[in-house]
Write a protein that binds this ligand. Structure first.
Ligand code: ATP
Ligand code: ATP
Ligand code: MG
Ligand code: MG
Lengths: 224, 224
């Protein structure tokens, strides 16, 4: 499903050049459950952005379902992102003036579903993460963990086959974190592919494989 | 140092009323190290905002250093916040268009220090959290954990006597998290007061006392 060959990503601001990723080689099959770990600043979110077709490598090649992402046009990329990928961002990226329900409904806008069906699907997704009572609140009226759960509900509302979760339980108490991990385990069991950034070893152990990054390079890639 | 008596906080949006805290009674001495735990949405950040003089209770009384916070004027509150309290927010609240260095220097603007001294203090604070290499980057050019560390450096730059940290290691890998906890332990050993929200039991155990919230009420308050 995923084939990264010699992928590099650098950022330049003025005379400063930051090498976020170098020479990354990574191959992931459909229905795998991969944990991505590594120190703060080691390139995990950068890698997730490339995997999720939100960003392109500075060098190297990325094939998603055998298609070279760097050759696709914007509308093709946004189709893949919207239909096939669910992304839980490390900093959530919720629309600040929209309610939780509106935020979760957003990915369904291009699905062709009727407004009633979209609303019902969004409500079901929010119920899965325990937020039915808070649907009409905007992000500033929600706790940190509640915002994280809205981001999770939004990522899952389109039934994506690839789930990219960047520290999805970072703001959750243990019990809620366990419920979210159980939800993700269920989605994986249904045949989907999960790639999760985490810095917690017991969360990483729930995956089938752990890829560790250090200074933009893959340091190890081993089954759990 | 801290005396909360029968503190309640509710939010009203339209016809919805959310009771974030009810009847909270809490007493904290100077130089204590208190961990605050509880489920997502239980009122931890709301309590931290009141403790940090950023918000006032809807009912009840809050004494900080024997002064009733609800009777103080805005400029008196902002003096206390600036001089005596260092707040690490759950969602960081960094200025998006300022560099890490500018963000950390901000609390020093009213300190009366010269520009050179402010810059030196801000640089020292960033070095303490391992970010000397990233001082000239703006938040969008930093990783999640790097932004969290800028927020920590900013909270500590004024040598506050009360440190309020809302999940300060949530976005950090284990090793960096340990370094930050060691830094906080040192500040506590120097005589300061620390109140930290965390959902991780091994982090909470480093405190002298654990206060647990549930549905806006204190469920338990025990020494570790
Ligand atoms: N401005 C607001 N308007 C309405 N409700 C609010 C507002 N701010 C917070 N709340 C509600 O108050 C409750 C407590 O929020 P708070 O942020 O204190 O929780 P928390 O314990 O910090 O949670 P988390 O662990 O998820 O960060 C939540 O149920 C939240 O939805
Ligand atoms: N737009 C940018 N310009 C310059 N440097 C950047 C930019 N975005 C990210 N970086 C740098 O690239 C490196 C990798 O960032 P990335 O966000 O991928 O790290 P991460 O592994 O997700 O870290 P964390 O665990 O702290 O979230 C960091 O050192 C960061 O400072
Ligand atoms: Mg990251
Ligand atoms: Mg909170």
């Amino acid at each position: 499903l995923i084939e990264m060959t010699n992928v590099s990503k650098s950022y330049e601001s003025g005379s400063l050049k930051v090498q976020a990723l170098s020479g990354v080689k990574l191959s992931i099959e459909a229905n795998e459950y991969v944990a991505l770990m590594g120190p703060s600043g080691s390139g995990k979110s950068t890698m997730m952005n490339i995997l999720g077709c939100l960003d392109i490598p500075t060098a190297g090649r990325y094939l998603f379902a055998d298609r070279d992402i760097t050759t696709l046009k914007d509308n093709q990329l946004s189709e893949i992102r919207n239909r096939q990928i669910g992304f839980v961002f490390q900093s959530f990226h919720l629309l600040p003036r929209a309610t939780a329900l509106d935020n979760v409904e957003l990915p369904l806008i291009y699905s062709g579903l009727s407004p009633e069906k979209r609303r019902a699907r969004a409500m079901a997704s929010l119920e899965q993460v325990g937020l039915s009572e808070r649907m009409q609140h905007t992000p500033s009226e929600l706790s940190g963990g509640q915002r994280q759960r809205v981001a999770i509900a939004r990522a899952l509302v389109n039934n994506p086959s690839l789930i990219l979760a960047d520290e999805p339980t970072g703001n959750l108490d243990s019990k809620t974190g366990i419920e979210i991990m159980a939800l993700i385990a269920t989605l994986h069991a249904q045949g989907n592919t999960v790639i999760m950034v985490t810095h917690e070893a017991d969360i990483a152990r729930q995956a089938g494989r752990i890829v560790k990054l250090r200074d933009g390079r893959i340091e190890s890639d081993l089954p759990t």
